[in-house]
Design a binder for this molecule. Sequence first.
Ligand SMILES: *Cc1c(COP(=O)(O)O)cnc(C)c1O
Length: 434
Amino acid sequence: MNYYNIKDKEEIVDFKTATIKGQGKEKGLFYPESIPQFGKDFIENLSEFSNEEIAYLCMKDFVGDEIPSDILKEIVFETINFDIPLKKINDNIYSLELFHGPTLAFKDVGARFMSRCLSYFLKNENKKVTVLVATSGDTGGAVANGFYKTENINVVILYPKNRVSKVQEKQLTALGENISALEVNGSFDDCQQLVKQAFLDEKINSELFLTSANSINVARWLPQQIYYLLALKQWQKLENKKPIICVPSGNFGNICAGILAYFRGLPAEHFIAACNENDVIPNYLQTGKLEPQKTIATLSNAMDVGNPSNFVRILELFGHQFEELKNKISAYSINNEKTLQTIKEVYENYDYLLEPHGAVACSALNQYLKENPNRKGLILETAHPIKFPDAVEKAINIKNKLPESLSELMKKEKKSIEIRPDFEELKRFLLNKN
Ligand SMILES: *Cc1c(COP(=O)(O)O)cnc(C)c1O
């Protein structure tokens, strides 16, 4: 499969190049040249396929012969080797739990797939790559874990001191080996700024091969389609009508993967982008104007994005036809108060514990179902409630117990290097490391 740069359609690369480079000229996103269709037999009888078969069949066309099929099978099997159950919340709403992976966040799937593909491509080239990422919390842990002990890859993660939760910090700092954590005395924006500067620095780029692991990388974006197939596999056994699919959205990578799966033939009645107070896309759907904003800090902090970078891929899928897009996607903006209220109501009425991102989704889906009765839907629950203990406690006043895997992690030592939000400090670190 080839991919073109959305900003410059003359720039065409294969899957390998797209994975290694991350993005094209002028920071353009890569996009598949064609949309491979799911077979009718496959999509109507998902329950006859194992999760591993579904994942492999979902991904193979996007990789083509660039990774031999036995190796690609191994990669996808490792990518999804945990439960992804669809649980009933009430008569009309189900929750697809994407948080049973190693760092209890849905980003595990993309990070694991990307790290393994990258490692395969680098093996024969005798090349070493440095993955540089800034994180506000969740991405860093999934990337650290996904790339841990991967040959030929060093990972450097920048995170804002005192602004990530205790669990998140341990996930970044306790692994060691090829993972370095830089604790930046500043904000998430400072971290992102430093990373951006590093990608532009000539000396760093002449000595290191830098790449990013954020959701614009096709190898992180595309495997997210698998969630939607696994949701449908379970849905088909429970319900007759097509589902409304509601996705808590920040950078819009996840929902975009779902919509891609829909264009390939996945049955879905409608998509809902559930946003917090960062409401660029809800505004866009009302006005037709796409206006990036400054980010607002909210309880669902992994969705605090003021300029969702994957949205251009959604526009591309709809051929930039605004009306068609509006018929298939709705978007809601849910504030903190409503988020907490939803956690409380769902816990008290249905004995189901949401965390803030899932609560934003549940609230948005509720609103849609009120406006469009006689339908049923599912939300994607993207993180484990334990990762957001403060918000959960604020909503329902109970302390949540740490799962076993995390209590082990919490005993490990934190290893990080503190730096000021000063590019020269980052540069020195990167150059000395090599
Ligand atoms: C990253 C993240 C999201 C948002 O996903 P996008 O693909 O950026 O829209 C939602 N929930 C959680 C917990 C996340 O970590």
